[in-house]
Design a protein around this ligand. Structure first.
Ligand code: MG
Length: 203
């Protein structure tokens, strides 16, 4: 399986990092070794002084497809969950300055904690979902999928022009504003529509 992630998919988050609001989706990938499941602790790597949390809605792909038409893209994901796109912001900034790829800032071990997945059919409107992240009981991010720049269907149509999607692939759909650094000892709790799906420690 592979993990595809979308950068700058909420305008307010693009602005908080002084990035332009994109006109086509910004795509990057994480290896499967980035996955962290079952609310296991995240071990803060020592190569970064500035690991940021980015809470994101994650789609699980349910069948293979390429060149998927946006009209049919909704048939290609059947479950959703929450994930954290952990980002070594200091490493990313250095690479951005030089125009280099982001993999080391985005794809390191444990950089993709994911929750259990829920059938999308149990949600009334996928474009009015609240995602919230608390750190040590304080809310740091509180966003809503109504503010997405590129819909889930647009993302699937766009990505599948280049990369075949397969059953079990995950798509991180971007983070709302409020990203900030985590440190060892922090307790992260992520909520989808008020339901706690993520609950783990930083060590
Ligand atoms: Mg992200």
């Amino acid at each position: 399986m592979k993990i595809i992630a979308i950068g700058r998919n909420y305008a307010e988050h693009a602005k908080e990092l002084n990035n332009p609001v994109p006109t086509t989706p910004v795509i990057f990938m994480k290896p499967d070794t980035a996955l962290l499941k079952d609310n296991k602790p995240f071990y803060h790597p020592d190569f970064s002084e500035d690991i940021h949390h980015e809470i994101e809605l994650v789609l699980k792909i349910c069948k293979e497809g390429k060149h998927i038409n946006e009209k049919f893209a909704a048939d290609y994901y059947d479950e959703i969950g929450l994930g954290i796109d952990f980002t070594a912001r200091d490493v990313q900034s250095r690479h951005k300055e030089k125009g280099l790829p982001w993999e080391l800032a985005k794809g390191f071990d444990g950089s993709a904690p994911i929750s259990n997945f829920l059938p999308k059919a149990q949600f009334e409107n996928l474009y009015n979902l609240n995602l919230k992240l608390d750190v040590n009981g304080q809310t740091r991010q509180n966003g809503n999928t109504k503010d997405l720049l590129f819909s889930f269907e647009k993302i699937i149509a766009f990505v599948s022009q280049y990369i075949t999607l397969k059953k079990g692939d995950l798509i991180f759909t971007g983070t709302p504003e409020g990203v900030s650094a985590v440190k060892p000892g922090d307790h992260l709790q992520g909520y989808l529509q008020g339901q706690k799906l993520l609950d783990f420690q930083v060590k």
